[in-house]
Design a protein around this ligand. Structure first.
Ligand SMILES: Nc1nc2c(ncn2[C@@H]2O[C@H](COP(=O)(O)OP(=O)(O)OP(=O)(O)O)[C@@H](O)[C@H]2O)c(=O)[nH]1
Length: 353
């Protein structure tokens, strides 16, 4: 039976604070608090029922105690239902001395006789309710209710803090995602590619392949069918690159403009060229119309491939410039083809001669 003596109350409240501070995330905060309330006061059932942001629907109930509490289907639990709903609707504590005569009572355990439900509110925001259930009818005196009111007040701050932390973490995750993802294609952006390239170059595990994929005559496509059509075409090319990356455990990225990239670890030049050739064919087979291309009546890509063995000479700029040279050679040789860095140099020399 809880006592409302100042010392006892402040001891319980201090414990609630400690639990909240040690918790890892909102769920842990809630569980630790109900465990603490059920154990320290003690009460047969203590639960916290959380409301959604709109304050109209319960989304979670976390409970502790000696007697089991039947789970209520959260999908149907809004504030029109139960004593908890009445508490949320009115914003006022609900003391039910005899649950048998309250029409709103929803049975959670048949041995429960009385219930006290208190709003959990912090700076005007109603987070949910603290629900205490007892097997006795005389359990809730003015004194015990005062204890639960104080606990609910304490819990409100802890929930507020945990929710703010969770919201901040979600915002940070979103920001991190936005800072690494290209908005148009959904692929990794240039910054992400640069970071992964630097890491992969430094990792001495095996060969590292870089494919630069460039749409052929893309300017003409934009001019003929409009920039939005060009955007959609880039998105489809990106999807094909992402599929190729998924098959090869590689990173697909937007390098810039109409140029995409695949970073493929562990492949030698033969394997990397084969990946590029499959991707080139996949683009051709997709038969996206290109009425003004000098290559074909459909969209095609040219791909430059470069592979570097592990070692100090492997740097992002060398790997990139080799792939870029190879891409240039593929364009020079007529587009819609794959060129590897080793042959690219020979081709360039050939055309200069
Ligand atoms: N629709 C669209 N076009 C873009 C985007 N970024 C770059 N481009 C266009 O891509 C075109 C690239 O043109 P170029 O570099 O001349 O290359 P190309 O026309 O593909 O010619 P080749 O590469 O030599 O076959 C330019 O017209 C850019 O405006 C984009 O996000 N969306």
């Amino acid at each position: 039976m809880p006592s409302a003596s100042d010392a006892r109350l402040s001891e319980v409240l201090a414990q609630v604070s400690r639990e909240a501070l040690q918790a890892d995330g909102l769920d842990d905060v809630l569980q630790r608090i109900v465990d603490c309330v059920a154990r320290r006061l003690p009460v047969p059932i203590a639960s916290i029922i959380l409301l959604d942001d709109s304050g109209t629907r319960f989304i979670k109930e976390v409970w502790a105690g000696d007697i089991p509490l039947a789970e209520i289907d959260m999908a149907i639990w809004d504030v029109s239902m139960g004593i908890a709903g009445r508490c949320a609707r009115t914003g006022k504590p609900q003391l039910i001395a005899d649950v048998a005569v309250d029409p709103d009572y929803v049975m959670g355990n048949s041995s429960v006789r009385s219930e006290y439900v208190v709003p959990i509110r912090h700076r005007g925001r109603l987070h949910g309710v603290l629900n205490i259930e007892s097997t006795g009818e005389e359990f809730f005196t003015a004194q015990t209710c005062a204890v639960f009111d104080a606990v609910a007040h304490q819990v409100a701050g802890a929930i507020h803090l945990a929710r703010v932390v969770a919201e901040l973490e979600a915002a940070n995750r979103k920001l991190r995602e936005l800072s690494t993802v290209d908005g148009l294609t959904g692929l990794a952006n240039r910054r992400c590619l640069d970071e992964r390239l630097a890491d992969a170059c430094a990792d001495g595990a095996g060969p590292l392949a870089l494919l630069l994929i460039d749409a052929d005559c893309f300017k003409q496509l934009n001019d003929a069918l409009g920039h939005l059509h060009g955007d959609e075409c880039l998105r489809r090319l990106a999807r094909m690159c992402a599929e190729a990356a998924g098959e090869e455990d590689a990173l697909a990225a937007r390098y810039g403009g109409d140029e995409l990239a695949l970073l493929v670890p562990g492949r030698d030049i033969v394997a990397a060229t084969a990946i590029a050739e499959r991707l080139r064919r996949r683009v051709e087979d997709s038969a996206m119309a290109h009425p003004v291309s000098v290559v074909a009546p459909w969209v095609t890509v040219s791909i430059g491939v470069n592979v570097a063995p592990p070692g100090p000479a492997r740097t992002p700029s060398r790997l990139l410039s080799g792939a870029d040279r190879a891409l240039y050679a593929a364009k020079l040789a007529g587009r819609n083809r794959v060129a590897a860095a080793s042959t690219a140099r020979a081709l360039e020399l050939d055309t200069r001669a």
